[in-house]
Design a protein around this ligand. Structure first.
Ligand SMILES: N[C@@H](CCC(=O)N[C@@H](CS)C(=O)NCC(=O)O)C(=O)O
Length: 203
């Protein structure tokens, strides 16, 4: 397998994290935003949707969309619960992540961290994203409840999907997890999982 992934992106990180937790071997092609490498990969059809991550399988198939890639890699492992209701709950968090969480938490981080996005980081936009993001984090705090993981007693793909951008919501996104002690404990719990890797270990 060859993974085209963006080193600084939470969507790409989810896939690298699951591969590491599963102990799977793969080749990595880093394609950072606005680099010649990512443009070359797009031009060569290696990122068919024009975005990273993309997983190139040994069969020649290319899989896109981080959460779909998580599903593919998670099949037949303990990362997808066997119970239909638990699987549906996992998907519910994964859709929430792409539909509501990522467009706010990741976008605010991008506006703060990527210099070429700074122009769009107006005080109004940043305040709006902050307020919306704090609400999203509160929903997660409540949703997690007393459970150690979003998957319940053990972590599932929802935990990986949500971790991608939540773990750096404070450092990169400028959010405040002070009122979310369970989320903070959950972040630490994920980082303790055997095989865990950081977002950008070489950075
Ligand atoms: N929904 C997609 C989003 C992928 C995405 O937006 N990737 C961004 C980085 S987070 C990207 O490749 N940007 C590079 C570009 O647009 O040139 C997923 O979860 O995989």
């Amino acid at each position: 397998m060859v993974l085209y992934s963006m080193p600084s992106s939470g969507n790409s990180y989810k896939v690298r994290l699951l591969l590491a937790l599963l102990g799977r071997d793969y080749s990595h092609v880093p394609v950072e935003a606005r680099s010649p490498g990512i443009e070359a990969a797009k031009a060569a059809g290696q990122l068919p949707m024009g975005k990273a991550p993309a997983l190139h399988l040994d069969t020649g198939e290319i899989l896109t969309e981080s959460n779909a890639i998580l599903w593919y890699l998670g099949e037949g492992t303990g990362w997808i619960p066997p119970d239909p209701l638990a699987r549906a709950r996992m998907l519910s968090w994964m859709f929430f992540e792409q539909n509501r969480h990522e467009p706010v938490i990741a976008v605010r981080a991008a506006l703060r961290c990527y210099p070429d996005r700074a122009e769009a980081a107006t005080p109004e936009r940043m305040a709006e994203l902050y307020e919306a993001g704090q609400d999203i984090l509160s929903l997660m705090e409540q949703g997690l409840g007393e459970a150690p993981f979003f998957g319940g007693a053990r972590a599932d793909l929802a935990d990986i999907a949500l971790y991608g951008y939540t773990h750096s919501a404070e450092s990169r996104g400028g959010f405040d997890l002070g009122a979310c002690p369970r989320l903070r404990a959950w972040i630490a719990r994920i980082a303790d999982l055997p095989g865990y890797v950081e977002l950008m270990p070489d950075a």
